[in-house]
Design a protein around this ligand. Structure first.
Ligand code: NAD
Length: 483
């Protein structure tokens, strides 16, 4: 069992931190390890550390946690560095979205065809891409053998950029979107053990190229469910779009089921306004990326952060012998009135009998030789998907073991419509965003906007970009592009 040093950058992240930290504790494989939690937000950092330390003591695990605001200290001597930071936070993204809307871009200029995910900013969140490159260079300088696990978005652009600008670094991008396969299987009432599947594409653009049930083609089962049940379908949350009308529309056009966030990333026709989104992504929200769906998500994140802080405070006041990290223990300390579904969510994260479903810790276990794993990861294509250049990062299944990463053969191949009508245009946008950064050429960013169906004039592009660039948060971006 290896004792490791693991640095988590952005450890206060509402989405990831507690899941990764509790996976590390629960994995039972890393006794004696040290986890360095790094964030710029003191309060979030303290809450995560308090919760982690209590979980460790309740589960009797030998693991140390350290908090820091210093990136070098996080990286130096680490075997793994996980980046989950969101520079500028959601508040910055909302500011940029509002400016976009003011200039005629519904849901902001980053809400693009085949890329509607609302915190996936490839053009205007320069600070995020810049931080990715900075971290990768630091890893090469301070811990050249470490693995950099890229969780923060944009994963497709970011991981591709890192591999091109810092080719010496061992980097892998992660996303949990492939769990969409499980959601489809669950909806169809299928037994998980009888399914054989593959997904392939880019991050947030993956397709179910293989779906066998009991050794036979499973696609007819999906189509049967669509024909018999889809009229009664209602989403349970804004993200519940796995078998939405949009998913089946994409199946009709591209010939394969879109998986995970891919469903969100349809073309502009399905995102024009709230009514259109509701038609394709279901009522009442119209999907995760509508004004209603994203508000729901932001409010949930806020509640998670607040509840984590509250639990951390209560934990400190609770005597060490009282077990907090059981469902009842948690309920007892937070008392009545705390949002039921969030308490339930946190209880599931810390449940000692289950892992979170994030792949970071299974990857660490696999690559250090504890246990080989089949994972869906983001790595340079290098021939895995024919017709995609080698230096573009693809999201594909791979066996990971102590010898390294072994991508599966993508068989059957993706349909020509997926490759040529979906992945190619998505790749073109990635190229423009990545090359803009690499060549310090803002014209490539403008080019993305000139091709946007919402753009009516060159002046519109100049004025929206001008206003975003003038934000105080974008000083480095202005310098980078010589503005
Ligand atoms: P969040 O704002 O709740 O958390 C981000 C954390 O980063 C905050 O604690 C913040 O203080 C910290 N931070 C900001 N600047 C920093 C810096 N310079 N150094 C260190 N820490 C810094 O955001 P979130 O909703 O948890 O999302 C975090 C990232 O994860 C986003 O990029 C999001 O798009 C991405 N994400 C990825 C997946 C995936 O599966 N890959 C899924 C969901 C979200």
């Amino acid at each position: 069992m290896p004792a490791l040093r693991i640095g988590i950058v952005g450890a206060g992240s509402a989405v990831f931190s507690l899941r990764i930290v509790s996976d590390l504790i629960k994995a039972g494989a890393f006794s004696g390890s040290e986890v360095v939690l790094m964030d710029i937000d003191d309060e979030r950092l303290k809450s995560v550390k308090t919760l982690a330390e209590r979980l460790v003591s309740e589960l009797g695990v030998n693991m140390k946690f350290k908090e820091t605001k210093n990136l070098d200290e996080t990286i130096k001597g680490s075997d793994f560095v996980i980046n989950t930071a969101l520079v500028g936070g959601h508040a910055y993204l909302e500011k940029v979205r509002r400016i976009g809307e003011k200039h005629g871009y519904y849901r902001g200029i980053e809400a693009q065809e085949f890329n509607m995910v609302s915190d996936y900013y490839t053009m205007t969140n320069f600070n995020q891409l810049d931080y990715f490159v900075h971290i990768a260079r630091k890893v090469v300088e301070l811990s050249p053998n470490a693995w950099l696990l890229q969780a923060a978005n944009p994963v497709f652009e970011g991981t591709t950029l890192i591999t091109r600008m810092v080719p010496e670094v061992n980097v892998v991008g992660f996303c949990h979107g492939y769990h969409g396969v499980d959601h489809i299987a669950e909806t169809l009432g299928l037994e998980k053990e009888k399914i054989e599947w593959q997904v392939a594409g880019f991050n947030h653009a993956i397709w179910l190229n293989k779906f066998l049930y009991d050794g036979k083609d499973g696609y007819p089962l999906i189509e049967k469910w669509r024909d018999e049940h889809s009229s009664e379908w209602k989403p349970r949350t804004p993200f519940d779009d796995y078998v939405s009308p949009m998913a089946f529309e994409m199946l009709r056009i591209y010939g394969m089921m879109p998986i995970g966030d891919t469903v969100r990333n349809s073309s502009w026709r399905y995102h024009r306004d709230l009514e259109t989104k509701k038609k394709w992504y279901g009522e009442p929200w119209g999907g995760a990326d509508s004004e209603l769906g994203w508000k729901w998500y932001q409010e949930s994140l806020q509640k998670i952060v607040e509840l984590e802080k509250l639990i951390a405070k209560l934990v400190q006041e609770t005597p060490p012998l009282v077990k907090v990290f059981t469902k009842d223990g948690l309920k007892k300390i937070v008392g009545e009135g705390a949002p039921e579904e969030i308490v339930e969510g946190i209880a599931q994260i810390i449940d000692p009998d289950r892992m979170s479903g994030e792949q970071h810790v299974p990857f660490m276990m696999a690559i250090t030789g504890v246990k080989p794993e089949r994972l869906v990861i983001n790595i340079p294509n290098n021939g895995t998907i024919k017709e995609i250049p080698d230096d573009v990062v693809v999201e594909i299944p791979a066996i990971v073991d102590k010898e390294g990463i072994h991508p599966e053969k993508i068989d059957p191949p993706l349909t020509p419509m997926v490759i040529r009508a979906y992945l190619y245009p998505r790749m073109t946008r990635m190229e423009l965003a990545v090359r803009a950064y690499m060549e310090r050429n803002i014209d490539y960013i403008k080019e993305i906007l000139y091709r946007d169906p919402r753009t009516k004039s060159d002046e519109q592009v100049e004025s929206v970009l001008g206003e975003i660039l003038a934000l105080p948060e974008n000083e480095r971006m202005r310098k980078h592009y010589g503005i």
